[in-house]
Design a protein around this ligand. Structure first.
Ligand SMILES: [Zn+2]
Length: 323
């Protein structure tokens, strides 16, 4: 998945030429997305209301649309990769496989990966893609990032709704489930990339980029590895999820060019939640149940983020902002 993919609910990826022509359909899509959300959760989301309200005037629509574009990763004129090429870097320790060690220092094109794939794509690969800066004019750089999905288990065919989640709670003795088993991994990944989760207009991925931009601003260029773990509210995705932990092991490398930092990181995301009865089923249905047993819901996936950020934190749109 490229982060330039259209948002599944809104399906807008390029600047509109005729705002008035588009307003009706955007209104309808926002209304439909809001209604689907309402069916799942019982709440009509504020986001959808904002978009619907904005369709009432061209100026408001344009502002809402630009805000939407600004949040969803690369602009249309951004290249898919920050540089066309990268230098293969291994961790340089004894765990590096010989086939990966053989690639150390070689230059590859993003369009033409070696047989084992780009760094991080082979199973458990910890290698890094150092941006190849030759021929890059720092005066032409702009801040942006892209996120590409490298590995994720496939979702099962069934998507569990609230009742299925409850049934498991009452009948399965607390057996843990994975997001792919309940058919929600893809939705959770999309959510981390596209859903605005704070008042700064940021998605979870925006916060990861801001966080690591801040961390490397304190470091000397080169390889780095670190992790993060934060709690997020996934309730709007499905009723069953409340406060969930999104954690990640991050490794990558960064370079400095002009007043910019360019980094490539691979993130092993880990999602963790515990399902409790969210509605108090006993009250809802009005009779006694055997008590249910809470069960863990977990998921993992791997992505690569490439980013260009300003070294000067104050001039950058990528910095860690508290919720
Ligand atoms: Zn490797």
């Amino acid at each position: 998945m490229q982060s330039g993919d259209p948002c599944p609910e809104t399906n807008v990826t390029r600047p509109m030429t005729s705002l008035s022509d588009q307003r009706q359909s955007i209104f309808a899509k926002a209304h439909m997305a809001g209604f689907r959300h309402y069916l799942r959760t019982g709440v009509f989301p504020q986001e959808a209301l904002n978009v619907m309200e904005a369709t009432q005037s061209d100026a408001a629509m344009k502002a809402a649309f630009n805000a939407f574009l600004a949040k969803t990763g690369p602009q249309e004129d951004s290249p898919g990769h920050i540089t066309g090429k990268y230098i293969w870097r291994t961790r340089g320790d004894e765990k590096v496989r010989p086939s990966h060690a053989a690639l150390e220092g070689q230059v590859f094109s993003w369009d033409n990966p070696p047989a084992i794939g780009h760094p991080g794509e082979d199973h458990n690969c910890r290698c890094m893609a150092e941006p190849h800066l030759e021929g890059i004019d720092p005066s032409k750089l702009k801040e942006f990032y892209t996120e590409t999905l490298i590995h994720a288990p496939r979702d099962g065919e069934d998507t569990w709704g609230t009742l299925r989640m409850l049934e498991h709670y009452f009948r399965a003795n607390g057996r843990p489930v994975t997001l792919e088993e309940i058919g929600q991994l893809n939705a959770v990944i999309r959510y981390t990339q596209y859903e605005v989760i704070d008042e700064h207009g940021q998605s979870i991925t925006d916060r990861v980029v801001g966080d690591f931009s801040d961390r490397i601003r304190q470091m000397k260029p080169g390889p780095f590895a670190d992790d993060f773990s934060r709690e997020y509210d996934f309730e709007s995705l499905i009723f069953a999820h409340g406060e969930s932990t999104v954690a990640g092991d991050v490794s990558g490398t960064f370079s400095k060019i002009g007043s910019f930092l360019i980094f490539t990181i691979v993130i092993d995301y880990k999602f963790k939640d515990v399902f409790f009865d969210p509605v108090d089923a006993q009250q809802l249905f009005g009779f006694e149940f055997e008590p249910g047993i809470p069960y863990p819901v977990t998921g993992s996936w791997r992505t690569r983020i490439e980013a260009v950020v300003r070294e000067d934190r104050e001039k950058s749109k990528y910095r860690y902002k508290e919720k």
